[in-house]
Design a protein around this ligand. Sequence first.
Ligand code: FES
Length: 573
Amino acid sequence: MNEKSTLRSAEWWGKQDRDGFIHRSWMRAEGFAPDVFDGRPVIGICNSWSELTSCNVHLRRVAESVKRGVWEAGGWPLEFPTISLGETYMRPTTMLFRNLMSMDVEESMRANPIDGVVLLSGCDKTTPAQLMGAASVDLPALMVTGGPMLNGKYRGGEIGSGTMVWQFSEEVRGGTKTWEDFFEAEAGQSRSNGHCMTMGTASTMASMAEALGIAPTGNAAIPAVDSRRYALAQLAGRRIVEMVREDLRMSRILTREAFENAIRVNAAIGGSTNAVVHLLAIAGRIGVPLELDDFDRLAHDLPLLVDLQPSGRFLMEDFYYAGGVPAVVRELGDLIHRDALTVSGKTIGEETAAAPCWNREVIRTMAEPVKANAGIAILRGNLAPNGAVIKPSAATPSLLTHRGRAVVFEDIEDYKARIDDPDLDVDETCVLVLKGAGPRGYPGMPEVGNLPLPPKILAQGVTDMVRISDARMSGTAYGTVVLHTSPEAAVGGPLALVENGDLIELDVPNRRLDLIVNEAELHRRRAEWRPAPPAFERGYAKLYTEHVLGAERGADFDFLVGSSGSRVAREMH
Ligand code: FES
């Protein structure tokens, strides 16, 4: 390698000394021809492949396509693993480990001879974790997601990942479906590689990556098994080499305008509420000021354009054939900052100017949307001084303004122990309140906010009630569910003070969430409240509970906010 190369990898391969010998010699053990050391860009392929992350299990194959493109463009691809986060397996919740994975991504990138990176993600938390980690290094980077599964099939119809499991399990609990029906649906739901094919968190975050401009245009919706995903990966491999030569770093793409575009696209696609915490965390890493209220201010009145489950009817395969995210961006017109830069080097406006829509049932026009005013609403009030989140498009309209009696569960175990009790003092007008499920309290802010209703309420044919918690909700779930209530109960937020029988008032049109209890009584309860003793004496969970920020700060660690750049550290010898 030319010693004068300005690439950071030259600090390893270009040294004409003992250290250079060591770096090159050990790499030659992998059998590379010696001209890989000739000064070409080294492209790390950051792979979240794992057999314990079934949504990402095909990413080794995607990596092969990326490598093909990198070689073609004169780069040198080196694939490396990080921890991966399998949404349906990791306990107590993958969200506990999102920040850990982001640290792994960040430190692996910075510590190694890498000039640019292709991030390969898929399952829910793997996408934000990679973006957070890479943003804190700020090298040229590009994301290719693994794509959704093919549409689920069940008894002549289509079923979406996750969405139907909530409905089916409610039907089994309510006695209108058998366990045999339930088990039969399992096989039909997940019938190919890929992530959940509803507009759940994985599809949402893939769409966010595309709207942010950090994934190639058209990336999000291509099914995992479609040959066009592999062609896109090859082109991405070629492009990242050019990006290194252009020094096109993440910070030039992840601008305030890019985040505003993502927030608006999230509303238009009916994206998951989880996008709120993840986008806040990514913005915090790259240094873009972004507030919880931006989600409401920028997008509360945007229409829902995409008719996908859980808000609508179709699935990601249909979304791809209809035109995917580019068609949505084009339809949003002037609501999009069209001059925001993308990884292609072109603006998002240039990228989507001619994006076609092939199916107006799946992707509607602004004039004839699926629903009006479909964005995320941010609530405040004496129950949520730092904010709470609700997705009105997934809620029952008549419940968006509601006053009801609180039925309180101190934690999820308390809920599970009592919810099926026929003597539980609850009716359909009550408000179910769950405490202890926030970032610090659980810990890890699990997706339990969409509490299943009591069986005796379900038996009456009631399918929705107001539910409030400091938890998150699966992107595939639905209902009148207030989430991310902050400050959370575990740190003494007002949620901790709610007692059975208190009146709670939800007023989404006026963005209010209030506990109708007089201030003197709240003062008394606050004085009596005591935090639970620390649940963890050692290890990552201890680090997490001591440093995690509130949901309104993206539940990142206080010491991870910001970037440490890509400076090469001192030699190890
Ligand atoms: Fe991996 Fe849904 S479980 S994306």
